[in-house]
Design a protein around this ligand. Structure first.
Ligand code: GLN
Length: 468
């Protein structure tokens, strides 16, 4: 069984189910499976039950039901929820309670959605397997011994394990799409500037976007439509209006972007899809992409630079962990940060500080910004000829827990296909398309023109109907 809010709402309105019974059943599953999965760091059981009761009463009275009343969602542990803990899965923020909510969370509450828990993630959203969390790794929801992907691994596992209808994640270089692909879900990285980052713990501010993961495309679109739009508290949000989504015929001109070195089962799934699209009369053209070698270096130079600056605020003074034995202010900073940050976060702060240092700034940072611009121009030009660009979300299926932890470069390389959309700011939707021989999920991502998430939804519906 797969949870879908759209189906639940219809059942409740027909008197066949109740929001409370849905929450009870969900809490039962969480109690049974979460200790093993470690997807949720906290469960808001009582709150969820009382919110559900309130919506049941609204239905009983025949009052109008807000658009997402009773939709269950979880927030990634880097998205603020007022009065609740927020740690970015780091020791340095242990015990911190957020005094305010992220705009995305606020907007979901305003239309009746119920937040049922806080999802585990890689520390400060740095990682691709959810093995960098200070609170332990997340297990893949149905492939024992495998990673669920990262950094929104807890969010993805929570959706796939039916702990919620939708999860909020954040995507700086693939952290929504890659775990969604590993867990067989839909996952959207919106256009940069489409969803407010207010209340999202910053990793690399010119890349970060909040977005939804779900097994239901309909539910994902509903949540996206609520969280998208201008916000006075985030100056990078666009003032373009968010138009209500209405399904249109699928876009026909697809650019097909296939890198070398795909896992054979991923390649096979992609090839089958290609043939089916051609069979349906789509124009699917293989395009040449000259920039593969530049994606990972550019991404890691720019994001570590931004991270080293964003993470300077965790100094043991303002919030979170404070070292006990420091004698001087300098020592307080050094000890608090040494004790509070994990290994990967420290590695990135060091890298970022290095690329920003006086002697190297132009050689690395300025150069990477130039490459970013070239990629952007290339991509904009592509959208003159094509409606969308399709490429695999990950070159490999989910890997085993521990398989890449000793080799950070291998871990970084697993982001090759997802960082592209963050470098250019374009929206990208991960769509599940099949399974490997051993039953592991495979996905494809659809990249669209800026602010045209609706085209991606139309295309995703077309892909879903190929299966019928
Ligand atoms: N895996 C990438 C990284 O570690 C992406 C992370 C993200 O999107 N938050 O930087």
């Amino acid at each position: 069984m797969t949870l879908s809010y759209t189906a639940l709402r219809a059942a409740v309105l027909e008197g066949k189910s109740s929001f409370r019974s849905e929450v009870e059943a969900t809490l039962g599953r969480i109690a049974k499976e979460n200790p093993h999965l470690n997807a949720l760091l906290e469960v808001y059981g009582e709150e969820a039950l009382s919110a559900a009761e309130r919506w049941d009463q609204t239905v009983d009275k025949g009052d109008p039901l807000p658009p997402l009343a009773g939709l269950l969602y979880v927030h990634k542990d880097n998205i603020a929820y007022a009065g609740h803990r927020l740690s970015a899965s780091s020791r340095i923020l242990e015990g911190y309670v957020s005094p305010f909510s992220a705009t995305a969370v606020e907007r979901l509450s305003a239309v009746g959605a119920i937040c049922i828990g806080r999802a585990n993630c890689d520390e400060f959203a740095m990682g691709s397997s959810n093995e960098n969390s200070a609170y332990g790794p997340v297990q893949h929801p149905f492939a024992e011994g495998y990673v669920p992907g990262g950094s929104s691994g807890g969010s993805a596992a929570a959706v796939a394990a039916n702990f919620c209808h939708v999860a909020l994640g954040s995507d700086t270089g693939g952290s929504i799409r890659q775990p969604a692909a590993f867990c067989g879900l839909y996952g959207l990285k919106p256009t940069y500037g489409r969803v407010s980052r207010h209340g999202l713990i910053a990793y690399a501010s010119s890349f970060d976007q909040i977005g939804p993961l779900s097994s239901s495309l309909e539910d994902l679109i509903k949540v996206y439509s609520v969280i998208a739009g201008f916000d006075t508290r985030d100056a990078t949000t666009s003032t373009r209006p968010v138009v209500e989504y209405r399904q249109k015929p699928a876009p026909r001109r697809w650019a097909w972007l296939i890198p070398q070195g795909l896992h054979p089962d991923v390649e096979a799934a992609i090839r089958i899809l290609h043939e089916r699209l051609l069979g349906q009369g789509f124009s699917v053209e293989l395009i040449d992409f000259p920039y593969w070698d530049y994606l990972i270096p550019t991404y890691y130079i720019l994001t570590t630079a931004e991270a080293s600056s964003n993470l300077a605020r965790y100094d043991g003074v303002r919030y979170g962990h404070r070292a006990k034995q420091a004698q001087t202010l300098e020592e307080l900073y050094a000890r608090s940060r040494s004790e509070g940050f994990g290994k990967e976060v420290k590695r990135r702060i060091l890298l970022g500080t290095f690329v920003l240092s006086a002697g190297y700034f132009d050689a690395y940072y300025t150069q990477a910004q130039k490459v970013r611009r070239v990629l952007y121009e290339y991509t904009q030009a592509c959208f003159q000829r094509y409606d969308l660009i399709a490429l695999p979300t990950s070159a490999t299926p989910p890997f085993r827990l521990g398989e890449k932890t000793s080799d950070p470069i291998q871990m970084y390389l697993s982001d090759l296909l997802t960082v592209y959309a963050n470098l250019t700011g374009h929206p990208a939707l991960q769509v599940p398309i099949g399974k490997t021989k051993s039953g592991l999920p495979v996905g494809i991502q659809l990249m669209g023109p800026l602010y045209q998430e609706d085209i991606l939804f139309d295309a995703a519906y077309a892909l879903a109907s190929l299966d019928k």
